[in-house]
Ligand binder design. Sequence first.
Ligand code: ADP
Length: 171
Amino acid sequence: MANIVIQLGDITELPVDAIVNAANNSLLGGGGVDGAIHRAAGPGLLAECQGLGGCETGAAKLSQAYDLPCRYVIHTVGPVWHGGEKNEAALLRSCYQHSLALADELGLASIAFPAISCGVYGYPHTLACTEAVTALKAYFANNNSSLQEVYLVVMDPNLADLYQQLLRESV
Ligand code: ADP
C-alpha cells in the first residue's frame, strides 16, 4: 500500500515521477489545472498532445513533462457531473485506476493527482473525494504496485479537510 499524502498547493510545482492532468476529451488544453499544467510545461506539451488522438472519459494517456519538474504527465478525463445518472462514479474511479496502472507500467514510485472533476466539471466534492479514496484503496488492495507515494493535491483547504476525514474513516 502506497502512502497517501494530502498536499495543499500547485500540482505543477511537484517534483514527483508523474502528475495527473484533469484534461478534457480533446487533450488540447483548457482551463483550471489543465491550463496551469500546459502553461508550466511549455509548448512542447501541446505539440505532443496533438498527436495523442484525444482521450475517452475515464481513460488515461501518457506524455512527457517538458518544463515541469516532474518526469511524466498522465492525462485523464473526468466525467462532467450530470446528477449521478450517467455513470459518473464509475468513470471517476476509472480515471484513478487507469492513471495508477499507467504509472505502474513505467515502474514509477510517486504520482500526484488533482481533484479530478471538482472544478468546472461540477462533481460534488464529497462524492468526488469519496470515489477518489475508494478507487485508490481498491487499486492498492488488488495490485502489486511500484508506487510508494500518492499525493492528493488540492488548492482548496476544504478539500484537504474532506480527504483527511475520508482517509481516517477508510482505515
Ligand atoms: P475538472 O474539469 O476536472 O473539473 P478543473 O481543472 O476545473 O478540472 O478542477 C479540478 C480541481 O483542480 C479543482 O479543485 C481546482 O481547484 C484544482 N486546481 C486548479 N488548478 C490547480 C493546480 N495548479 N494545482 C492543483 N489543483 C488545481
